[in-house]
Structure formats: structure tokens, C-alpha cells
Design a protein around this ligand. Structure first.
Ligand SMILES: [Zn+2]
Length: 409
């Protein structure tokens, strides 16, 4: 009986996770209505050829397809580049898979407990797991590391705090040594804890500049968690590449962001999560806080959009089985708050790719780019909600999900 139990658990696990190195096939995605991520139009009757994990070329329906390609009939559904989540806390295999199956083919992490994001990046890159591509940020550079001092023996001495120049430089370098490609740090307190005020500044402009300058020596950019305006402005002046959340940004700070090309990652969907039962956040204080913050953040979003600040999509969750935040929903919010659908789709593809430093690799369906493609059940330029229901998901040329055809073949 015990043995049987063991076997059934094993079967269950292997059904959910792939442990062998995956074989790479060539595909021809036929009968596609194509949105390539760049042009504000749909090219009907397209074929997307995928070879060795890359987009080889775009063809036209009717041409002969050689035997080298496995044909995937997309039945007139709509292809767009895979979505990108530039603010997530994914730290395990199941969550990575959940993100992928929501149509997210690339993630940038924003702080995990022990470099699981670096390991996920390597597993996904080498084809041992079908996962999203990962741009890891390692451990959150924060005044109090708490449990994350355990992530690396060199961090142990920071258990009393991370405040001096030397302490800040140490954690930045440990992160980069361990494989971080971004540094995540703190400009203000959190919104998701009842006892903290998200407007309260934490690191000073000097401290943030020490972090940015130390990371820059190794060509690593910095993202800064900041709800309140003072902390966010300090981050922008210190040279941050993106402001995460930005809920209370003043017009002056937004103008400065536009001038300096600093990205805004609103994670608006998380504020909505505060106001609803379930999801990642619950409780009376957070519910009321979310209700107060949503219209404030909406005003900031609209101002940022009108000024031409670059806006990217982050769902700010760990894709646990309880999480209800998704970048597809974030894009829908962007559209409701004044972006065209074209702009909202670009926010979650081309703009997020630029923020993550992947402009030359993903976010477009054009030859030479990674085969990160999702097939949607309608025209996303007309109905942004179709982002929530990907029918086919391809990441680096691996077919992660194929729900078509619905009928019997
Ligand atoms: Zn976060």
C-alpha cells in the first residue's frame, strides 16, 4: 500500500513537471491572424515558421510546407507575442508553470528568498523545464533582510541591517555574483502590510545612489519599489531604471521619469486584489487601503500615459495556486484607464521587453526573435479580454499548451 502511494505520487509529479531535457521541434503555425507586436494591424492568413526555438520566417497561407515542420493549425485565431511579467516573485517550478500557462513567456523577478529565480532561469534556458525565460533579481536589497540573510553565507553579517555604503555594496555584489541581472531595492514601505505606510520613504537618495552606482559597475540596472512620491523621486534621481508601483507619484516626478526614460510598473492589479477576498491579500485594513489607493493610482497612470512615460506590466505575485493577479488583467486595466488596446498589448510585450533588457530577443513576432507566441480566441486589438484565454502557448519554440482543435479531429 505504501509502495502504491509512493508510485502514484511519483506519477502525479511527473505528469505536472517535465524532468527530461526537452526535444526541440520545428513548427509551422498555420491559419494565423497575426499581430506582430510592432504594427497596429492584423495580417490574416499568415504562417509562422519556428525553427530551433526561434521565429524563422512569416509565410502566407497556401504555400507548401515541407516535412521538416510539424503543422499546428491555429484555425484563424490570433497570434501575439508572449506576454511579459516584469514584477513577479516566482520561486518554484509549479508557479513558473502557472505563469507560463497564463500566457507569460518571460518574467523579471522582483525579489525571492534564496536565488530560486536564478536556478529557474538556468533550467528554463537549458530546456530541462518548460518555463518562461527569467530575468532574476535575487534577494531584495532592503534595510531588514530577515529570513533572506540565509540565502548566502556572505549575507549573514547583514542580519543587523543593510544601511551603510559597505553593507549596501556587499549585498549588491553578492546578488550579482549569484546571477542576478537586476537589483531590486526599496524606496518606500509596503502597501500589502497593515502596519506599514506605503508613502513612508525607506532608503535615502544617497543610499539608493550607492546601490545604483555599485550595480552599474557590473552593468546591472536597478528597480525600486516605491509607492510614495519622496521615495520614488529619490530613486529616479539616483538613477533607477524602473519605479515599481508608483501609486502616489506627483506630476513633477512623472515628468522627471519621462525626461530620464525611467519606466513605471504600476502593478495596479495588486491594488484591486487588496480590495477583494481571496487572492494574495485579504483583511479589513488592506481592503480599505486598496479602495483608497485605486483611484489615486488611476490618476497617476493617466498622467503617466499622457506624458508618454513608458509603462510596463507586472502582476506582483508569486503565481501560487491562490493568486488571482495576472498581467492579462493588468493590460485590461490599462485599456480601461485610457490606453488603446494596441498600447496595452505593447505594454505587456515590447515595452516590458525593453525594460527587461530583452528588446532584441522577445516581444515581437519577427524573424530571429525567440519563438514566444500565444494564440488568442479573438482580435486583441478589438477585445483586450482575449489575453486571458490563450489557446496555444509557445515559449522558446516549445509548445507548452495546445487547446485546439476543440472538436474531434
Ligand atoms: Zn512585489
Amino acid at each position: 500500500m505504501k509502495k502504491l502511494l509512493f508510485i502514484s505520487i511519483f506519477v502525479l509529479l511527473s505528469a505536472n513537471l517535465t524532468f527530461a531535457q526537452l526535444p526541440q521541434k520545428n513548427y509551422a503555425l498555420t491559419n494565423v491572424n497575426l499581430f506582430n507586436g510592432v504594427d497596429n494591424k492584423i495580417s490574416s492568413n499568415s504562417i509562422i515558421y519556428v525553427k530551433s526555438g526561434k521565429i524563422e520566417r512569416i509565410g502566407k497561407q497556401g504555400e507548401t510546407i515541407t516535412k521538416d515542420y510539424e503543422i499546428v493549425d491555429c484555425q484563424g485565431n490570433y497570434a501575439i507575442p508572449g506576454m511579459i511579467d516584469v514584477h513577479t516573485h516566482i520561486d518554484n517550478l509549479q508557479s513558473a508553470k502557472r505563469a507560463l500557462l497564463s500566457g507569460v513567456t518571460t518574467i523579471r523577478t522582483a525579489g525571492v528568498s534564496a536565488y530560486q529565480d536564478v536556478a529557474l532561469r538556468d533550467l528554463s534556458k537549458s530546456g530541462y523545464i518548460m518555463g518562461p525565460d527569467v530575468v532574476p533579481a535575487g534577494v531584495f536589497v532592503s534595510p531588514n533582510l530577515d529570513e533572506t540573510v540565509l540565502a548566502d553565507p556572505r549575507l549573514g553579517k547583514l542580519i543587523t541591517g543593510v544601511n551603510t555604503d559597505d553593507e549596501l555594496k556587499l549585498i549588491v555584489n553578492v546578488n550579482i555574483d549569484r546571477g542576478a541581472e537586476f537589483i531590486k531595492t526599496r524606496g518606500t514601505e509596503r502597501a500589502g502590510l497593515p502596519e506599514t505606510d506605503p508613502r513612508q520613504q525607506s532608503y535615502t537618495q544617497h543610499q539608493l545612489k550607492v546601490i545604483v552606482d555599485e550595480a552599474a559597475k557590473r552593468n546591472v540596472p536597478v528597480m525600486v519599489h516605491a509607492h510614495g512620491d519622496e521615495g520614488a523621486r529619490a530613486a529616479v534621481l539616483a538613477g533607477a531604471r524602473s519605479i515599481e508601483h508608483g501609486s502616489f507619484l506627483s506630476d513633477e516626478t512623472l515628468q522627471l521619469m519621462k525626461q530620464k526614460g525611467v519606466f513605471l510598473v504600476p502593478t495596479y492589479i495588486t491594488l484591486e486584489d487588496l480590495t477583494k477576498p481571496g487572492g494574495d491579500y485579504s483583511g479589513a485594513v488592506l481592503e480599505l487601503r486598496g479602495k483608497f489607493m485605486m483611484p489615486v493610482a488611476e490618476r497617476v497612470f493617466k498622467k503617466a500615459h499622457s506624458l508618454g512615460v513608458k509603462i510596463a506590466t507586472g502582476a506582483d505575485n508569486d503565481y501560487s495556486s491562490n493568486s488571482t493577479s495576472r498581467v492579462s488583467l493588468e493590460a485590461e486595466h490599462f485599456s480601461k484607464m485610457g490606453m488603446t488596446n494596441f498600447e496595452a498589448i505593447q505594454a505587456t510585450t515590447i515595452v516590458s521587453a525593453e525594460l527587461a533588457g530583452l528588446s532584441a530577443k522577445t516581444g515581437k513576432i519577427i524573424p530571429g526573435y525567440d519563438a514566444d507566441i500565444i494564440i488568442l480566441p479573438g482580435n486583441p486589438l478589438e477585445d483586450i479580454r482575449v489575453l486571458q484565454d490563450a489557446l496555444i502557448i509557445m515559449s522558446n519554440g516549445y509548445l507548452a499548451l495546445k487547446r485546439l482543435p476543440f472538436g474531434k479531429e
